[in-house]
Design a protein. Structure first.
Length: 350
């Protein structure tokens, strides 16, 4: 995994500690000395360019930026996942990894102080970014009630069980945790379903407008939660989901209204570049063609690593499962699924 550090575009992280949380699920902590900044709930994108083709994968940060703890990520071993198998099976303390930095929109909103309660729905390794968010809320916002509903196969396969129990002991009035185990004999409590979800929402002093929901887990799990919350009358703007699956590169067959070729002028961290983009290639693909090293990970409009600000012109997205209407209104766009529309565009990546 050691790579070419001559490329100043990447940040080098030295592994300081590795811990096996549960079988096939490890945490990696990094030594101080890097200049990587992040927000709770984000991920870092690791880069392996030791082979003929560069591989990038994103892993959730489990540490909290407001606690005095080292930057740490969680990695689940995927049987056919080249990157995760390398990390879990071969990487050792002292090894270094390259990253393009932290990204992602599964964060606390700027107006977090407006809210009085947050529900976190996590399934399996989906707990990783939620752990960072929970630790941050507990420390910075003691007036916000935190509810975690955490699904796993059994108590033994529940990652961070002891850390969560410790947090609960330290914050007994603020943090409430319900574990759901699919091995449970009482089937009503084995898996999250509509009735159980509504049951969890029956809490005292519940202000519906001042509640946020975060969910991270398998696609069908998150879809079920969002469907029932919206059905219950909650706004989609109150719900955040973390949705990236590097192995799944399915894109929609949507066609842009304009397939003409246009130029992109790009301000990449202060350096200016200009290049043509011709449909069907995306802005990211066109940038790669001229060997421009842009941030990206999933390449399917799901993770937000490739977010850019559109300063001039219009970008059409073939898929967007991460930017909200508010983000889009602020000019945010994605390069991996973005195509210039009706003229040249100017973008900025900070
Ligand atoms: S690289 Fe993931 S959204 Fe573009």
């Amino acid at each position: 995994m050691n790579a070419d550090f001559s490329n100043s575009y990447y940040i080098r992280l030295i592994i300081d500690n590795i811990r096996e949380e549960i079988k096939g699920f490890k945490t990696f902590s990094f030594a101080e000395g890097h200049n990587l900044e992040y927000q709770a709930g984000q991920f870092i994108t690791l880069v392996d360019n030791s082979g003929s083709r560069e591989i990038r994968r994103s892993y959730s940060i489990i540490s909290s930026p407001v606690l005095n703890e080292p930057l740490s990520i969680a990695v689940k071993r995927i049987d056919n996942g080249v990157f995760s198998r390398k990390l879990i099976d071969r990487v050792r303390i002292g090894d270094s990894l390259l990253t393009t930095g932290a990204a992602g929109f599964f964060r606390l909103p700027d107006n977090i102080k407006f809210f009085t309660s947050i529900f976190f729905f996590a399934a399996g390794s989906g707990i990783a970014p939620i752990l960072s968010l929970i630790k941050t809320v507990l420390l910075l916002y003691p007036d916000i009630s935190v509810y975690l509903i955490y699904s796993n196969r059994s108590r033994e396969t529940t990652a961070f069980y002891h850390e969560l129990q410790r947090l609960k002991l330290c914050h007994p009035d603020q943090l409430h945790i319900d574990y759901l185990f699919s091995s449970e004999s009482d089937l009503r409590k084995a898996r999250l379903n509509r009735d159980l979800l509504l049951e969890f929402l029956k809490i005292k002093h519940f202000n519906r407008e001042k509640t946020l929901f975060y969910t991270c887990g398998p696609e069908s799990y998150m879809r079920m939660i969002i469907f029932h919350l919206v059905e219950e009358g909650f706004s989609i703007h109150q719900i955040k989901k973390e949705d990236f699956n590097p192995g799944n590169k399915k894109l929609t067959g949507r066609l842009p209204p304009d397939k003409n070729s246009y130029h992109v002028e790009l301000d990449l961290k202060g350096s200016m570049f200009s290049f043509p983009v011709k449909y069907p290639e995306s802005i990211l693909q066109a940038a790669k063609k001229i060997k421009l090293n842009l941030p990206y990970s999933c390449e399917t409009g799901k993770c937000g690593s490739c977010a850019a600000i559109c300063l001039i012109g219009k970008v059409w997205l073939s898929n967007n499962e991460v930017l909200t209407d508010k983000d889009l209104a602020l000019g945010l766009t994605l390069t991996c699924t973005g195509h210039p529309q009706n003229g040249d565009v100017k973008l900025k990546i900070e």
